[in-house]
Ligand binder design. Structure first.
Ligand code: PEP
Ligand code: MN
Length: 656
């Protein structure tokens, strides 16, 4: 492997300082440092723009004669990373690279996109020293580069001759005793002793190429949304226009798939949901959203039910609703907890303290209660709002409370942080419009008898009125089952996921109606990728004025919070904090045991197939995984890997 010249020297003369731009994939300094000893393959000869991209993150560039050879090398583990040009400012999609890329992915090569690098392109026309410009009749270059200079070359009466690389063209011209020229970078021209005749022959002034950095899926995590889409149905992509923000790089159609394209920068689940007819294949190479991979797309062959909801179902990046320490959406997950009803200043203060110390980041509590029986406790009204807000303030928690009437919206919005619309009011359209104008985020419960699209329609009312910070909450729907108060519709929650960018949380308390089922339902929703939970907690359920049967006592809530990996604070009793640590230690032990078991299976399989059990590349990948999981703690990461290796050796099962 040859060493790489410093970046400054790789950059074209007109750009004095390194101007390689990293657009997506903000890998941190730690991750960057780790890239230094990686071999990064590119297509072309030294001096090609691919080399600049390959060196952009500090890797060691290695050139390949074709994109096929480059991808083969990545597949076979000869290089750690490959860079491929995807898009050029002048000619758009670089099909020369995108076609072989699509072929490899179509054949099942599991790649992930880890970064995008923009490289400024200055294509110069260069010939052997002493050649007058007027004598140049032919120019050699890579077809993608020649396409970027179509008009300028035509104006000069120069014919285009295709070869495999820009730097390779310079090499050909240098070795040929003709007056032919090369279209290449100044650096490549100088490298092969050519003289630059025209500084920049691109048809566009601000020329540049975007390269994607690819790794094998088992060696890295995806950081960039990239997918390949193909379909036999010409009408299937009719809705792609709604993919605002995504870059579409179309390829030529084939008999089997008349429509084929690369899609850069679109959420994979949304892309799946776009497929309104049969036969749309989406091969995703990356999904940065934390839980997007778990999302089930709607059944193929069915159209998404929700149409024409421009706010709630807009194709855009996930919405994050943030109120103080409460953050929901785009991978941020949180738990809202508190009593069903605010009963007294003391009651809500005590419970607020309990839930805050367990890691809840918002306090719930009803001041107006929608009760089935008109003689049941109706809530203490606006007076209780002050108790709730004081309890929240004292514990650093924003407060969530339900509004039932249009008249209440203004006074409640003056003090509460989030307004809740209860299940019974989900289609109270006047109320939806009123909360939409109140200037506060809205937590919108799904009606017990409402469909997913009615729920999204209700969100649209709020958003159309002006409030875009809507949190959808699945709280159980009414089914024939009477063993539970409602049926938590995890399927409906999942079905809503690809249709909307809004955060979706679950309320296991109202779904269950029984304290003993709350934890199980909470964990089910959490595992299914809910952006958060809202849970009822009471420190004396027997005396609770509403929903006594479903309230978790603080100890049980603490157990749930521990299981969800919330962060406890020092106000928890020492015994409880110790219980959290003990539970984590137990889980760690179980995971280590499981890792050893799987490693043994891998080791045995390698032995059976005659492959080397020890693989230094694999060990390096494992080290990277631990370093990523333990940011800023490389020493511990390495020590853990050392220990695991030792244990694996002891049981003769090494998989590294
Ligand atoms: C509540 O959250 O207290 C409540 C009444 O919920 P829902 O509207 O879901 O029944
Ligand atoms: Mn309740």
């Amino acid at each position: 492997m040859k060493s790489c010249p410093p970046l400054e020297r790789l950059i074209e003369v007109p750009f004095r300082r390194p101007v390689v731009l990293r657009e997506i994939g903000d890998r941190e300094a730690a991750a960057k440092a780790k890239d230094i000893d990686l071999t990064v393959g590119y297509q072309g000869e030294p001096g090609a723009y691919g080399e600049v991209a390959a060196a952009a993150h500090g890797g060691i560039p290695r050139g390949f004669a074709s994109f096929e050879k480059l991808l083969e090398a990545l597949r076979d583990g000869d290089i750690d990373e490959a860079v491929l040009p995807m898009e050029n400012a002048v000619v758009g999609a670089i099909t020369e690279a995108l076609e072989p890329f699509a072929a490899f992915v179509g054949e099942g090569l599991e790649l992930v996109a880890v970064a995008i690098t923009s490289v400024p392109v200055r294509l110069s026309l260069a010939a052997r020293p002493g050649t007058p410009l007027a004598a140049v009749k032919r120019a050699w270059s890579h077809p993608a580069a020649l396409r970027q200079c179509t008009h300028r070359l035509a104006q000069m009466g120069i014919e285009r001759v295709v070869c495999y690389d820009t730097a390779g063209a310079a090499q050909i011209v240098a070795h040929d005793a003709s007056t032919d020229a090369a279209v290449c970078s100044r650096r490549a021209a100088e490298r092969y002793g050519l003289e630059v005749l025209v500084e920049d022959v691109s048809d566009k002034e601000q020329n540049g190429t975007r390269f994607v950095h690819l790794r094998m899926a088992d060696h890295a995590r995806a950081q960039v949304s990239l997918a390949f889409l193909r379909t036999s149905s010409m009408t299937a992509t009719g809705r792609l226009d709604v993919l605002t923000g995504a870059t579409l790089l179309p390829l030529a159609g084939t008999a089997e798939y008349p429509v084929r394209m690369w899609v850069l920068g679109a959420d994979a689940a949304r892309l799946q949901a776009l497929a309104p007819v049969r036969d749309v294949q989406v091969i995703s190479l990356g999904q940065p959203a934390a839980h997007a991979a778990k999302i089930t797309p709607p059944k193929q062959g069915t159209e998404p039910v929700v149409k024409s909801l421009p706010h709630a179902t807009a194709r855009r990046a996930p919405t994050v609703v943030e109120v103080g320490p409460l953050r929901l959406g785009a991978g941020a997950r949180a738990v809202i907890a508190g009593p069903c009803s605010v009963e007294s200043p003391e009651q809500v203060m005590r419970i607020a303290r309990e839930v805050a110390s367990c890691g809840a980041t918002a306090l719930r509590g009803g001041i107006f209660k929608p009760r089935t029986n008109p003689y049941a406790f109706q809530g203490h009204g606006l007076e209780a709002l002050d108790w709730l807000v004081s309890a929240g303030k004292a514990n650093g928690l924003p407060v969530v409370t339900e509004v039932m009437a249009v008249d209440h919206v203004k006074p409640v919005a003056e003090k509460a942080d989030v307004l809740q619309i209860g299940a019974r009011n989900m289609q109270n359209f006047d109320l939806l419009r009123a909360v939409g104008r109140a200037g506060r985020p809205v937590l919108l419960k799904r009606g017990a008898g409402s469909t997913v699209d009615e729920w999204l329609g209700a969100a649209e009312y709020i958003m159309a009125a002006g409030e875009l910070r809507v949190i959808l909450c699945e709280r159980g729907i009414r089914t024939f089952e009477t063993a539970t108060r409602n049926t938590l519709d995890v399927g409906g929650m999942l079905a809503a996921r690809p249709l909307t960018h809004l955060p979706i949380i679950a309320d296991p308390s109202h779904a269950a109606g029984r304290a003993d089922l709350v934890e199980g339902l909470a964990r089910a929703a959490w595992s299914a990728g809910a952006d958060g939970l809202i849970v009822e907690v009471h420190d004396d359920p027997a005396r609770a004025l509403s929903d006594a049967e479903q309230a978790l006592v603080p100890m049980r809530f603490a157990e749930l919070a521990r299981n969800l990996a919330l962060r406890p604070d020092a106000r928890l009793p020492l015994a409880q904090l110790r219980a959290w640590v003990d539970a984590i230690d137990h889980d760690l032990g179980v995971l280590v045991q499981r890792r050893l078991e799987v490693a043994k299976v891998i080791g045995d399989s390698k032995r059976q197939t005659g492959r080397a059990v020890l693989d230094p590349r694999r060990e390096a990948a494992v080290r990277r995984t631990y370093q990523e999981a333990l940011p800023g703690n490389k020493l511990l990461a390495d020590k853990l890997v050392d220990l695991l290796l030792e244990a694996a050796k002891a049981q003769q099962s090494i998989d590294e």
